[in-house]
Write a protein that binds this ligand. Structure first.
Ligand code: FAD
Length: 404
């Protein structure tokens, strides 16, 4: 049986960042990916400035094939039911609009790790010294590989996480997000911005932006509702309220499950023993669903923690939890009302944009945000967020006690 230093499950951005650290340290690293590479990934592809810096510093300039049209995004525009809209530019200028299929594959190649695509992770068994991973090729061949450490960088429904905690996903709210692509008749939404609606009538997560000559209409809601009905309702609203005239949706619509929630309430999952969970599998997701920058950074920290554990002969979970605390702070700060009001945790300046508005519009925006937040009341996150805000204020950090 083959024996390696590290197996990473998933060939996405968290995996690329982890692999870069491990390969740079001279560790034999194998990435297994269930799809054929380069693989499609549903994503708006708006990389935050911090994520962009990470890519540049670690992998070099992005190739043109890794970008959609328009190639860059200037910032975010929020729209409210009272028909007030506010645009915020990203700090430091525009950011790239990634074509995930090619950008992810490029980053994976830049890590110089060995990649096995068309190969699915099935299960793992840990001993004191290693992890026995079972995987299956698309051709149906099942094989084992022995590794000193295993990283689950396998996204929101993470099979690696489930191999550790089989009931985890039953106990957190899962959301469905879906998008349809429309040829444009007339669209007054500025194509240099990502557009997001704080409107409880439209759903938990409603967005639109231009991509490769078409307009995306995206909807997000709790698992169980009907995608096509939701989408039609939102497209009609865009037409009536914003003058967005679109052709009927093309056939290539898509959707997936999202684990939105753990980063709001500091309930991250970092793994057990020699198995580390990273990226969105862990629960990292920034405001308005921006997950690439924290996937890159947490992936790198997972890789560094393994290098640290080997170099210092220490338990890897202890080091990972120490090292990841800074990323937890950054991500959970994005949802912390005190941080939002006083510390600018985002990469575009919401308080400044709000302050620039007329008082009457400010009141409308605050009222609309409040009624939007009530949509999330059933998840009982409000008190937990308030308690975490106080914890951060008094202790300067978030507690690790609820992490898995
Ligand atoms: C509609 C939508 C829009 C988004 N827009 C943005 C945006 O504009 N900006 C932003 O920053 N973020 C956005 N996100 C979030 C972002 O896409 C994710 O947070 C990010 O991709 C997480 O990266 P990751 O490396 O953790 O995992 P993922 O990108 O989810 O990758 C996981 C990988 O694991 C593989 N895998 C899964 N199971 C197995 C298995 N059993 N065996 C082998 N491989 C497996 C998958 O095929 C996949 O390649 C969006 C998400 C959605 C759904």
């Amino acid at each position: 049986m083959r024996s390696v230093d590290v197996v990473i499950v998933g060939a996405s951005l968290a995996a690329a960042a982890a692999a870069k650290r491990l390969v740079d340290a001279g560790l034999e690293t194998v990435i297994i990916e269930k799809q054929t590479l380069p693989r499609h990934k549903i994503c708006s592809g708006i990389l935050s400035p911090r994520g962009h810096r990470f890519l540049l510093e670690n992998f070099g300039p992005l190739p043109r094939v890794g970008l959609h049209e328009p190639t860059a995004c200037r910032g975010v525009t929020f729209h409210f039911p009272s028909m007030v809209s506010m645009s915020m530019d990203f700090f430091g200028g525009t950011t790239p609009h990634l074509h995930r299929k090619y950008a992810d594959h490029w980053a994976i190649k830049q890590s110089f790790a060995e990649v096995m695509d068309d190969t699915s992770f099935l299960s793992q068994i840990q001993t004191d010294d290693d992890v026995l991973v079972t995987a299956r090729t698309r051709g149906g061949e099942t094989f084992n590989i022995k590794t000193r450490y295993l990283i689950g960088a396998d996204g929101p429904v993470s099979p690696v996480l489930r191999s550790l905690y089989p009931d985890y996903h039953k106990n957190i709210p899962m959301f469905f997000v879906g998008q349809k692509f429309h040829k444009i008749i007339e669209c007054p939404l500025d194509e240099e911005y990502f557009h997001f609606w704080f409107n409880p009538d439209l759903g938990h997560y409603t967005w639109s932006h231009a991509r490769d000559g078409r307009q995306i209409v995206g909807v997000g809601y709790k698992v169980g509702e009907k995608f096509h009905d939701k989408h039609l309702y939102v497209a009609k609203y865009f037409k009536e309220k914003h003058g967005v005239h679109l052709h009927p949706a093309d056939d290539d619509h898509e959707g997936c499950s999202e684990n939105f929630g753990p980063s709001l309430i500091n309930r991250y999952v970092f793994g057990q023993g020699r198995v580390l969970i990273t990226g969105q599998a862990t629960g990292f997701l920034n405001m308005i669903g921006e997950g690439m920058s924290c996937a890159l950074h947490s992936g790198a920290i997972a890789g560094e923690s393994i290098v640290d554990a080997i170099t210092r002969n220490r338990p890897v979970q202890e080091l990972y939890r120490q090292n990841i605390a800074s990323e937890v702070r950054r991500t959970t700060d994005q949802w912390n009302p005190l941080q939002i009001a006083f510390a600018r945790p985002h990469e575009a300046d919401f308080p400044k944009a709000l302050a620039a508005m007329a008082m009457a519009d400010r009141i409308k925006v605050m009222r609309d945000i409040w009624s939007f937040l009530k949509l999330y009341k059933e998840f009982k996150w409000g008190r937990q967020i308030a308690a975490l805000s106080m914890q951060r204020l008094l202790h300067g950090d978030y507690s690790q006690k609820n992490w898995l």
